[in-house]
Design a protein. Structure first.
Length: 282
């Protein structure tokens, strides 16, 4: 991010000189690595609490407002956008709009010293008609998938053959979480089993709190199974005697590890806003 543009965006809403001076100090703080200080002429301080806020301000003016104008002036069909921090997803009803938008988006970001990630930026056919269009073009296989916010989005179908948006936990994220969990279990293996069980229960419940979305039950079951296996491995390395058998391990898992369960509603229910009638107060 260019510091000059960022300060102009902040000054557009904030007139207090003390606040602006503090923002300048944050931007000029630099980076400290191995005791050596390096000046930062672009971007925000890595790990600073103010960095996400400044990045959102920058993208609000560079991306959000521009997309709103582009939708009104140039889009010939429906258009949606979902942005979280610096990750965003744009959907178009018509292919021509998507091609034009991508070209103009690159030029827009280049004006403000930003670039699209070459590996994450793709133009794919996805949605209700993706499979049919793929067959018309003579292409085999299923429609392409994409990763967003930790989930792999897949064009699926229900038992009745209707379109179904399926979300599965990304394999890379799942493996990384299990590797981290395995290492922590080995460090905690000499603690009392109830202490380990309480900690593991919190970890599993925290994992469910984010990943327990509809169509993702298989990933939740796989996560719990792998946690159980890693726990058994850690307990078996406590000593050469008293290794737990799988019968005891199953009892420990039932006692401390919550069963997988979908916690989040379907998207159609989440965005189904209804107003209730006025109730009488007695």
């Amino acid at each position: 991010m260019d510091h000059g543009w960022l300060l102009r965006f902040v000054e557009h809403r904030i007139a207090d000189r003390k606040t602006l001076r503090l923002v300048r100090k944050w931007l000029n703080a630099g980076v400290m690595e191995d005791g050596a200080w390096t000046e930062s002429k672009a971007g925000t301080p890595q790990g600073a609490t103010i960095s996400p806020l400044l990045a959102n301000i920058y993208l609000h003016y560079v991306l959000d407002l521009w997309i709103q104008q582009w939708r009104t002036r140039h889009a010939t069909g429906d258009m949606i956008i979902v942005r979280y921090a610096d990750d965003f997803l744009v959907g178009f009803q018509r292919h021509a709009d998507a091609v034009r938008f991508l070209e103009e988006l690159r030029e827009r970001l280049r004006r403000f010293s930003l670039d699209l990630h070459p590996d994450k930026t793709r133009l794919i056919s996805f949605g209700l008609f993706a499979a049919g269009r793929r067959k018309e073009r003579g292409l085999g296989g299923k429609p392409e998938t994409f990763n967003f916010l930790g989930f792999t989005h897949i064009c699926g179908s229900t038992r009745n053959g209707k379109f179904l948006l399926m979300r599965r936990t990304m394999r890379e994220r799942l493996r990384a979480k299990l590797r981290e969990l395995k290492g922590e279990l080995m460090r905690r293996r000499h603690l009392p089993v109830p202490d380990q069980g309480k900690w593991l229960g919190q970890v599993v419940r925290g994992y469910y709190a984010y990943h327990a979305v509809p169509t993702n039950i298989c990933a939740l079951q796989s996560f719990r199974t792998q946690v159980e296996r890693h726990w058994h491995f850690a307990l078996a390395r406590r000593s050469q005697r008293g290794r737990p058998n799988w019968e005891r391990m199953r009892k420990l898992s039932q006692r401390w590890l919550p069963a997988p369960k979908i916690l989040h509603p379907w998207p159609i229910e989440r965005f189904d806003v209804r107003t209730q009638g006025r109730s009488r107060v007695r």
